[in-house]
Design a protein around this ligand. Structure first.
Ligand code: PRP
Length: 174
């Protein structure tokens, strides 16, 4: 596989930040038995690293949302194609997302999960990319702020390519 040229986050920086997030979450959630909800597919690598940086046990579940597709003007409608299976009422829920771009996906998911009446609902995202933000979603834990660029690697893909790279790269020349 040809590797994109512009490195944005290397493995050392990613591992350090995931450890820091894990330590913060361990302080904030200890004793609360939270449910971590990973957003497929992109978040599976971040979630896998994050849960192993936690100093307490958690439950893990997943959702999948239908992408509104590249080049399509979004109506803001996001369809859930695989829902969470764990009962969330009264639970402390933490959404784990790989990247927040326009914010539409996360806002739709937040509303969807809030309807289950969890005890708390917070968001942890690996990359906050603000260039194309349309909806302000409250992000409680953020790995990195990256202003712009088409990012791939560490779960992020371009037409399913590059998702498994251990670093984050930008595809544009920047
Ligand atoms: C990406 C990413 C987020 C979402 C962000 O997923 O993983 O879930 O888009 O979009 P937004 O903030 O602009 O609404 P994608 O739909 O590409 O699916 P994937 O995770 O399966 O690759």
């Amino acid at each position: 596989m040809e590797i994109p040229k512009r490195l944005i986050l290397d493995q050392t920086a990613i591992a350090r930040r995931v450890r820091e997030l894990g330590a913060r979450l361990s302080q904030d959630y200890r004793g609360l038995e939270p449910v971590l909800v990973g957003v497929l597919k992109g978040a599976f690598i971040f979630l896998a690293d994050l849960v192993r940086a936690l100093e307490f046990p958690v439950e893990v579940d997943f959702v999948r949302l239908a992408s509104y597709g590249a080049g399509t003007q979004s109506s803001g409608e996001v369809r859930i194609t695989k829902d969470v299976e764990t009962p969330l009422t009264g639970r402390h829920v933490l959404i784990v997302e790989d990247i927040v771009d326009a914010g539409l996906t996360l806002e739709a998911l937040r509303r969807h999960l809030a309807a289950r009446q969890p005890a708390s609902l917070k968001i942890c995202c690996f990359i906050d990319k603000r260039e194309r933000r349309q909806v302000e979603v409250p992000l409680d834990y953020v790995g990195f702020i990256v202003p712009k660029g088409f990012l791939v690697g560490y779960g992020l893909d371009c037409g399913e390519k590059f998702r498994t790279l251990p670093e984050v790269y930008a595809l544009d020349s920047g």
